[in-house]
Design a protein around this ligand. Structure first.
Ligand SMILES: Cc1cc2nc3c(=O)[nH]c(=O)nc-3n(C[C@H](O)[C@H](O)[C@H](O)COP(=O)(O)OP(=O)(O)OC[C@H]3O[C@@H](n4cnc5c(N)ncnc54)[C@H](O)[C@@H]3O)c2cc1C
Length: 303
């Protein structure tokens, strides 16, 4: 194993991706598409080298998929890594196609075994860790957990000379429709699979209003059911939030969900199952049916 490239378009989990790539014993290059501050952050995350491409004004990182793919192909790394952020995924897809790399999502760890690269990835909703062996170049979407402690060293940053971006420009940015809302909210009320139907979001709406809270959810409610915008799901692969109040309605409290709220100041859980793991993470717990508890809370708040 000689080289791994990490494709970086935002600050989230760069060090964890570097640590993942280090599992192969490779030297690690971060290809950063973003402002200089992002390149500096990547340089402190433990790679050997940072190649930095500064996007033109109002050109999103995705527009550089082809130039980045060309740079990756010229370097011919054996391993490509990106986080699950949308722009990084676009870069990874283009670079993997150019390299002819096998793409594996949800990678927890990568190592070498002779000529093969071996990937552990979460399967069956996290109940199983699946181990895959690949010969030839490999591209992984990292499902890395914690960022390791910051390093004291700083890698050199050089400018990545790349071709022209695709004709993609940001014309306008409008807050509202697609903005997450939960990321910086002081109060978040999240719904899980305990909610029976999308229409039942109407049961929760008065509580949001009474608390001045933003709506969040567990991953399946956004990803599988599509009842809430994906930007609003909380957890390891969703939003990491730090509200003053986090109220979880009908959420079991899987570790992947709780990772997103560990910085919440007060966690309150409503669940019919007294054994639900969410109660171990909650400061206050109500064992009960959310369809009874939510109207009662709204009533109490109004009084
Ligand atoms: C790699 C990976 C990454 C993941 N990332 C995330 C992530 O970022 N965020 C995330 O949320 N999940 C994530 N998951 C999924 C996670 O493992 C759980 O499957 C998911 O969080 C469960 O969602 P839930 O709690 O809504 O549903 P369930 O686990 O089905 O829980 C529903 C809960 O509702 C309760 N309930 C039922 N009816 C009622 C009622 N009327 N009133 C009150 N309570 C009721 C039940 O007792 C139960 O505890 C990830 C999984 C994997 C494998």
């Amino acid at each position: 194993m000689t080289t791994a490239w990490i494709l970086v378009t935002d600050a989230d989990r760069v060090a964890a991706c570097v640590a993942l790539a280090r599992g192969t014993g490779a030297s690690v290059v971060c290809a950063v598409v973003g402002p200089r501050e992002l390149a500096d952050l990547a340089a402190a995350a433990g790679p050997d080298e940072v190649r930095w491409l500064e996007p033109a004004a109002d050109v999103p990182a995705e527009a550089y998929a082809e130039p980045i793919a060309a740079a990756v192909a010229a370097a011919a790394p054996q391993l490509l890594v990106s986080t699950a952020s949308p722009a990084a995924r676009v870069l990874l897809g283009a670079a993997a196609a150019r390299l002819g790399a096998t793409v594996v999502p949800g990678a927890l760890a990568v190592r070498t075994d002779g000529a093969a690269l071996v990937v552990d990835r979460a399967a069956l909703d996290g109940a199983v860790v699946e181990t895959l062996a690949v010969t030839g170049p490999l591209a992984v979407l990292a499902e890395a957990g914690e960022d390791p402690d910051p390093t004291t060293s700083t890698a050199p940053v050089t400018v990545l000379e790349a071709g022209a971006p695709a004709a993609l420009r940001v014309e306008q940015r409008t807050a509202g429709a697609t903005s997450s809302g939960v990321r910086d909210a002081a109060r978040v009320v999240s719904v899980g699979r305990g909610l029976k139907a999308k229409a039942d979001l109407d049961v929760v709406a008065p509580l949001l209003e009474a608390l001045g809270a933003e709506l969040g959810c567990s991953m399946p409610v956004a990803d599988d059911l599509g009842w809430v915008a994906k930007e609003r799901y909380v957890g390891r692969s969703g939003q990491h939030i730090a509200p003053r109040l986090y109220l979880a309605l009908g959420i079991s409290g899987a570790p992947q969900h709780l990772e997103g709220v560990r910085d919440a100041r007060v966690v309150v859980a409503v669940n019919t199952d007294p054994q639900a793991p969410i109660f171990r993470a909650a400061d206050y717990g109500i064992v009960g049916d959310l369809y009874d508890v939510v109207p009662a809370l709204v009533d109490a708040l109004h009084r």
